[in-house]
Design a protein around this ligand. Structure first.
Ligand SMILES: Nc1ncnc2c1ncn2[C@@H]1O[C@H](COP(=O)(O)OP(=O)(O)O)[C@@H](O)[C@H]1O
Ligand SMILES: [Mg+2]
Length: 247
């Protein structure tokens, strides 16, 4: 506040000119983005573009080499993952990463682990997740490893919701799932978004999936953001249609 930089002042999340990578291998170059409260934004890019790396930056798993990372205008550069969880950031990882040897309900309860909440409040969140995903509720006592891919994705999202996040980062929710299941999950995300004004940042290779619920998107190529725009602008962009939709 009080700085000359008006742009970004009301953003929930800001990345400014971020570079990072693994060892000496750089994976992101000069990445800047803003997420505003209550938005659904997509990050679109092909395999190896750096999408997961971006989510690792936002969840504090990967340190920045340079640039800035802010939450509500305040630098969180160097903050640990637990710090960022406390600030409301929740990362639903690629491949779901459930505890296969634990029941569905135990997996969901793990999501509330860091919350300083009473068991009554945690049970209320659990009831909400079951209401959003009745197919998961029916399997609450089953081992997570016995679920279908779609059900596992629902549990992974549900586990994220149990922590009452402000921002949900979702890595390739559609990967390996049948279109009808993807639609079902997208529909649930829209309900969640409407009910809780949750900010959602979704990473996708599938442009149609991404733009079906996001209002804006960034396009990532070889670790650089090459385009950004509103849903309808991108949908009507010939280069994007050719590159990502095969049209
Ligand atoms: N753990 C890692 N160690 C080393 N290099 C990695 C690691 N994870 C990803 N990379 C590299 O970083 C780049 C971006 O990868 P990633 O963020 O996983 O892309 P995407 O999620 O878009 O498929 C790729 O060149 C990939 O090989
Ligand atoms: Mg990835």
């Amino acid at each position: 506040m009080g700085t000359s930089k008006v742009q970004g002042a009301d953003a929930l999340i800001t990345l400014e000119n971020v570079a990072t990578g693994y060892g000496i291998a750089q994976a992101l170059w000069d990445v800047s983005l803003e997420l505003h409260h209550g938005e659904i934004v997509a990050l679109i890019g092909s395999n190896g573009a750096g999408k997961t790396t971006m989510l690792r930056v936002l969840s504090g798993v990967l340190p920045l080499w340079s640039g800035e990372f802010k939450i509500q205008g305040q630098s969180v550069k160097g903050c640990t993952t637990p710090d960022l969880v406390d600030r409301g950031i929740c990362h639903v990882p690629e491949g779901r990463q459930l505890f296969f040897g634990m029941s569905v309900e135990e997996n969901l309860r793990m999501g509330a682990f860091a919350l300083q909440k009473s068991s009554a409040e945690i049970n209320k969140n659990l009831a909400w997740v079951y209401e959003l995903f009745p197919e998961v509720a029916r399997r609450r006592n089953q081992l997570a490893g016995t679920l279908s891919g779609g059900e596992q994705q629902m549990v992974a999202i549900g586990r994220g919701l149990m922590g009452e996040p402000a921002i949900l980062l979702i890595d390739e929710l559609s990967l390996g799932l049948a279109p009808v299941i993807v639609d079902r999950i997208l529909e649930a995300l829209q309900v969640i978004h409407r009910q809780r004004q949750l900010t959602i940042f979704m990473v996708e290779q599938d442009v149609e999936v991404a733009l079906s619920i996001a209002s804006r998107a960034y396009i990532l190529e070889n670790g650089r953001i090459v385009r950004e725009g509103r849903n309808e602008q991108l949908m009507n962009d010939t280069a994007i249609r050719e590159a990502y939709l095969g049209l």
